[in-house]
Design a protein around this ligand. Structure first.
Ligand SMILES: NC(=O)c1ccc[n+]([C@@H]2O[C@H](COP(=O)([O-])OP(=O)(O)OC[C@H]3O[C@@H](n4cnc5c(N)ncnc54)[C@H](OP(=O)(O)O)[C@@H]3O)[C@@H](O)[C@H]2O)c1
Length: 374
């Protein structure tokens, strides 16, 4: 069994992957930045959160503090030599998921310089048979029409992308490509679509993408109950959603197998229509959201404008219907799951809204106690 080294280890996808690897007795090295807290504590906290505060066996887990952009990650050379002993599988997860123009420096330094430095450390310390996996996004396709294939695409101007995040992830892939060609990097790219909750249990511990939208709708419903609110979302367009347990299952197969394709799309074969997501939300929260393919800001009422401002990221994905090629992935995984069905998505939405509602009740209760009402 290879040791698996993972950076950005306390993030949503990486921590769930680590959780699965530990259950399968893999030895895992987690690289976590301190961010004003002890990295080990950060990692343990997130593992406890994933497991509903139940204890798990972490005897195969080692956690190290690192600094993504610094020489040798600001880690001791002997420590680096020791963690890279033998052939390892190294997963680069660390990324800034911001997208806006004012965060462009942070996005580019984390997602591009961070990756360059990660490859530099890997090439310096990893043994010949070690493998480097870059976690990319299927949305690095940008404003692409047609079938997005499991191959490299060139760097493009920002106008070809929906945001700087997508562009930075495309640039990063091409850095992996250059290092494969010029520096002998044993590199692979895994592009994920939007990662959601667990398809069996419905447990959803992310507020990214459609769940960010769900949170905004829930908050709005509590502030303005029973309103009818139009949103600029194409009801017939789709979201490509992939459950977290499917992602961790696929990634675990990657570390178990010898031959891995250069680029794979871990995406769903059954994208979910926006109208279904909105209908589900309408049943879960006291609000009536009406998705419209065309709705200009000047025609919105103040409440609609409020939700539209908060949706600046989600809105750019509200009219997408992208076709992702999965031939490499299908050949690799053989019996490929086709992503969450509508029932799973409804279960995830239910779980997510219920969790928000419990948090809200707790906050209200605490406030009432503080004010002496209870
Ligand atoms: N979630 C999705 O739907 C999705 C879809 C497609 C692709 N992906 C890709 O999957 C990967 C993980 O995404 P995620 O959703 O799990 O994100 P996440 O929860 O935000 O995790 C990101 C991780 O990167 C770390 N990080 C950010 N900036 C850093 C820096 N300057 N130095 C060191 N570490 C840094 C974060 O550390 P801190 O906690 O300290 O900030 C965190 O551990 C990313 O590469 C993302 O592009 C995700």
């Amino acid at each position: 069994m290879r040791t698996v080294i993972i950076n950005g280890a306390n993030g949503y996808v990486a921590s769930n992957f680590i959780n699965s690897l530990l259950k399968k007795q893999f030895k895992v090295i987690a690289l976590v930045r301190a961010n004003k807290q002890d990295p080990k504590e950060r990692m343990n906290k997130v593992l406890a959160y994933i497991n509903d505060e139940k204890e798990i066996n972490t005897s195969n887990l080692e956690v190290y503090n690192y600094s993504l952009l610094d020489n040798n990650f600001s880690m001791n050379e002997n420590v680096l030599k020791s963690i890279f002993t033998g052939n390892v599988d190294y997963f680069h997860f660390a990324a800034s998921l911001k997208y806006d123009e004012k965060s462009v420096d942070e996005i580019f330094s984390t997602n591009i310089e961070g990756l360059e430095n990660s490859i530099k450390v890997f090439l310096k310390y990893a043994m010949k048979g070690s493998r480097f996996f870059y976690i990319g996004t299927a949305y690095s396709c940008g404003r692409f029409n047609g079938l997005f294939e499991e191959k490299f695409y060139g760097n493009k101007d920002i106008s070809e992308f929906r945001n700087y995040y997508e562009q930075s992830k495309r640039f990063a892939e091409n850095i992996v490509g250059e290092n494969i060609r010029n520096n002998g990097l044993n590199g692979h790219i895994i592009r994920l679509s939007q990662v959601v909750g667990n398809k069996e249990t419905g447990v959803t511990k992310t507020d990214y993408g459609i769940f960010d939208f769900a949170k905004r709708v829930y908050n709005l419903a509590n502030r303005y109950p029973n309103e009818i609110v139009r949103v600029h979302v194409d009801p017939d367009a789709t979201q490509n959603l992939i459950p977290i347990d499917t992602v961790t299952g696929h990634l675990t197969r990657v570390v178990e197998e010898k031959e891995i394709p250069g680029i794979m799309h871990f995406v769903s074969k059954n994208p979910v229509r926006n109208s279904f997501i909105i209908d589900t939300l309408n049943q879960l929260a006291p609000i009536q959201i009406i998705p419209l393919k065309t709705l200009e800001r000047k025609d919105m009422n103040p409440i609609e404008r409020l939700i539209s401002v908060g949706m600046s990221f989600t809105e750019s994905y509200a009219s997408t219907d992208i076709l992702f090629d999965t031939r490499q992935r299908d050949k690799f995984l053989k019996n490929t799951e086709t992503g969450p069905d509508y029932k799973s998505i409804a279960k995830m939405m239910g779980y997510f809204i219920e969790t928000l509602s419990e948090k809200r009740k707790k906050k209200e209760h605490e406030a009432a106690l503080k004010d002496g009402w209870l």
